[in-house]
Design a protein around this ligand. Structure first.
Ligand SMILES: C=CC1=C(C)c2cc3[nH]c(cc4nc(cc5[nH]c(cc1n2)c(C)c5CCC(=O)O)C(CCC(=O)O)=C4C)c(C)c3C=C
Ligand SMILES: [Fe+2]
Ligand SMILES: [Fe+2]
Length: 342
């Protein structure tokens, strides 16, 4: 069977024009795995409330980070794809869960190259209903509707793979060289607490009480909170960070439901208030820099910290199109092909 790879990231609007941002947010937030409430309530909330005001504010934020070539998330993902393609003999395509670069187009591109077996590679270190799951469910649906003969498999969340932890740790170490910092914050994209409970395959493990995520459980295969906390723990162990000099928080919450805590903005504020003068921040839920790292963290987070008396705020870039990251992706793809051959 001829094989191929589809790298899949979240997606961005076509431009920072509020009309394009509204279209993108409409598709994103109407996904039942992102805003997981019944359809009518979701439509009322998204179309009747959120899309009335948010596109303008989001468009202004996108404008601040937009590159000449386009959205950083898309441009970086394209650069990464090119590097992965150089290392693999099989066709590699790139798609986004939302926006114009659809998964359907990505699968079609591979089918046009006579690919019969596709490895789906969601570009997320941790599993979440709103990221990995929605990609896999949609890809399966597209297979049934348009590509019935295509064989699909996927690369699972890689948050605790030793070679990923090594690469991430080396990148953090490199970017901290010569930097004066008292505390490093690991900030992950948040999700509503409800999502963690919904993804609990045991139906009873995840209580979000502080201890469930460090108590071994098969629920952790799909527990976003556990997987984020593990990345922090494994990197801190590898880099021998001292207790009290690192912590975890969750950013980008939307709406009034409780999301995973502590919240990043409040954590940065508290650090400044508590007299921390120099902090560093890393964002390991993202493999590509994007609105949430370049604007929310590097601009807004920095401003909050400085307002509270902080002096230096060092942001560590995501793995982006790092050569070694492209090599690691290629290595995992080759390993996966070997397992599907057997
Ligand atoms: C890294 C994993 C992500 C999870 C989990 C996630 C959940 C999630 N997101 C929203 C709402 C928004 N997210 C937005 C931007 C955005 N989110 C991620 C990743 C995750 N989201 C990325 C990479 C980006 C940046 C995209 C880019 O173009 O650069 C936005 C749009 C911007 C804004 O208006 O703030 C929204 C809205 C929800 C509700 C959610 C949880 C379930
Ligand atoms: Fe998000
Ligand atoms: Fe948990």
């Amino acid at each position: 069977m001829k094989k191929g790879v589809l790298l899949i990231n979240l997606g961005s609007p076509d431009s920072y024009n509020p009309k394009d941002v509204k279209k993108y947010l409409g598709e994103f937030l109407m996904d039942e795995r992102v805003i997981d409430i019944p359809y009518v309530a979701r439509a009322l909330l998204v179309r009747g409330i959120i899309l009335k005001t948010r596109p303008k504010a989001s468009a202004a934020a996108y404008k601040k980070i937009w590159w000449e070539e386009g959205s950083p998330l898309i441009v970086i993902s394209e650069r990464l794809k090119k590097k992965v393609q150089k290392q693999l003999k099989v066709p590699v395509a790139l798609a986004m869960r939302y926006g114009s670069m659809t998964i359907k187009k990505g699968l079609q591109e591979l089918v046009d190259k006579e690919v019969e077996e596709v490895i789906l590679f969601p570009l997320y270190p941790q599993f979440a209903m709103a990221t990995t799951e929605t990609i896999l469910v949609l890809a399966e649906q597209l297979k049934q509707d348009y590509f019935p003969n295509l064989k699909l498999s996927s690369i699972p969340a890689f948050y605790n793979k030793p070679d990923y932890i090594e690469l991430l740790s080396n990148s953090i170490k490199k970017h901290l060289q010569g930097i004066n910092y008292e505390h490093i914050l690991f900030s992950y994209h948040g999700v509503p607490e409800r999502h963690i409970k919904k993804s609990d395959i045991t139906k009873s493990h995840c209580k979000i009480d502080g201890s469930c995520c460090i108590t071994p459980s098969k629920a952790h295969q799909f527990c976003y909170r556990h997987q984020c906390l593990e990345v922090t723990r494994l990197v801190a162990e590898r880099l021998q960070f001292k207790e009290g000099t690192f912590s975890t928080s969750f950013q980008s919450r939307l709406g009034f439901d409780p999301w995973l805590q502590p919240y990043t903005d409040r954590t940065i504020e508290r650090m400044g208030k508590n007299g921390i003068k120099n902090m560093a921040i890393v964002t390991p839920a993202f493999v590509s820099d994007c609105l949430e790292t370049l604007e929310e963290i590097a601009m807004e987070g920095k401003e909050i910290f400085e307002e509270m008396g902080g002096e230096t705020f060092t942001t560590i870039p995501c793995l982006n199109d790092d050569e070694e990251w492209a090599s690691l992706i290629s290595k995992w793809v080759k390993e996966q092909f070997e397992t599907t051959n057997n």
